[in-house]
Design a binder for this molecule. Structure first.
Ligand SMILES: *Cc1c(COP(=O)(O)O)cnc(C)c1O
Length: 384
């Protein structure tokens, strides 16, 4: 990974893993190798192992090594989007006739991938409450090949016990897949807790600036990593060099951003918790959150995502979203700027009528790293 043999902390790895100074020019930042093919020195004589940029590209390689280092896995892979990463993973580890257990509060696009794409391809799934290990155990079948979990989950901020889930999955001969998008590896390290594969939408906190769409997989095990790399090339949903570069640039500041996202979110939660127009605040940092103790154990801080329910129902919740000014009304999350949205009509419209339907009075905010007083003032006026 790097030529230094000294032990390295997370923030050091974020800035240096996979990113040695360019050997030819000394450039301290990995260049954007905007190139599709590579000159060979005689037939089959590859310089540095590169022959075609779907198979490998030096900018993408740098990001992939960094991802593996940050998640403590043996292989990192970068994709065109989070869903491209998920699709590649699922069609590597599952075959028609296999079964997978997915969370009852999965990201809407993940649910749609299962319900509308993978079922047509012959994969069966069951939905379980990942916060209740007995329910997960009951959902297992002889053909279960994987258990999929998001923690904290989207948009209900549910917390699942990763150590417990790893035990259950492995006991059934299944993989534990963790979508670590909401926490990021700075706040939570699923592989150390027993996960086999970590999934990211790098569009979110990893990129961190709302300027790129990307995805990642990190495999704990080298052999599975090799199979995933084979499918990454065979299926072709790779990250382009500029997108890989943007994600890598974002990752350099991941630690300081996550600290600020988390501390700003805690102050937003304080305001919401005592506001008469708010009936419930969903945030794992709250002592009354059912997953608080597990979150405190498996996360470094509680992150920047906060959801809350508005007194007055769906229309009142939509109005709060419409009145916000500094909190930008929009989908996505994890950028430096604060965002607000109504999951029922926006990000989670595709799960309406399913087991994953979210409350109509729910508002989700992605707390950014702007001045906290400005954020508090905006929410105060939006709540009216
Ligand atoms: C956004 C998101 C995804 C999908 O990623 P894309 O980059 O949009 O394809 C998957 N999981 C979670 C938790 C997400 O927030």
């Amino acid at each position: 990974m790097t030529e230094h043999q000294l032990p390295q902390g997370f923030e050091t790895l974020a800035i240096h893993a996979g990113q040695e100074a360019d050997p030819q020019t000394g450039a301290v930042v990995t260049p954007i190798y905007q190139v599709s093919t590579y000159k060979q020195d005689g037939v089959g004589g590859l310089r540095g192992g590169y022959e075609y940029s779907r198979s490998a590209n030096p900018t993408r390689t740098a990001l992939e090594e960094c991802l593996a280092a940050l998640e403590g896995g043996s292989r990192g892979l970068a994709f065109a989007s989070g869903l491209a990463a998920e699709d590649t993973l699922l069609r590597t580890v599952l075959q028609p006739g296999d079964h997978i257990v997915i969370p009852n509060d999965a990201y809407g696009g993940t649910f749609r991938l299962f319900a509308k794409v993978l079922t047509r391809w012959g994969v069966e799934f069951d939905v379980a409450n990942m916060q209740d290990l007995a329910t997960v155990r009951a959902a297992l079948r002889p053909n279960t090949k994987a258990v999929w979990v998001e923690t904290p989950s989207n948009p209900l901020l549910g917390i699942a016990d990763l150590t417990g889930l790893a035990e259950i999955a492995h006991g059934a001969g299944a993989l534990l897949v963790v979508d670590n998008t909401f926490a990021s590896p700075y706040l939570q390290q699923p592989i150390a807790l027993g996960a086999d594969v970590v999934v990211h939408s790098t569009t979110k906190y990893m990129g961190g600036h709302s300027d790129v769409v990307g995805g990642a997989l990190v495999a704990a095990d080298a052999e599975l990593g090799e199979q995933l790399a084979y499918h990454q090339n065979a299926m072709g949903a790779v990250s382009g060099p500029f997108d890989a570069w943007l994600v890598m640039r974002g990752i350099k500041t991941l630690g300081v951003r996550m600290d600020r996202h988390s501390s700003n979110a805690e102050k937003i939660v304080e305001l919401l918790s005592r506001h008469p127009k708010v009936s419930q605040v969903l945030y794992p940092g709250l002592a009354e959150h059912p997953g608080h103790d597990i979150a405190a154990k498996q996360m470094k801080a509680f992150g920047g995502m906060v959801s809350f329910r508005v007194v007055g129902g769906e229309e009142a919740a939509v109005e709060v979203c419409n009145r916000a000014r500094l909190f930008t009304l929009g989908e996505s999350l994890g950028g430096v700027e604060s965002l607000i949205e109504h999951p029922g009509r926006m990000t989670h419209a595709s799960v309406a009528g399913s087991a994953l339907e979210v409350p109509a009075d729910l508002v989700r905010v992605s707390v950014g790293i702007e001045s906290i007083d400005d954020l508090l003032a905006d929410l105060e006026q939006a709540l009216g």
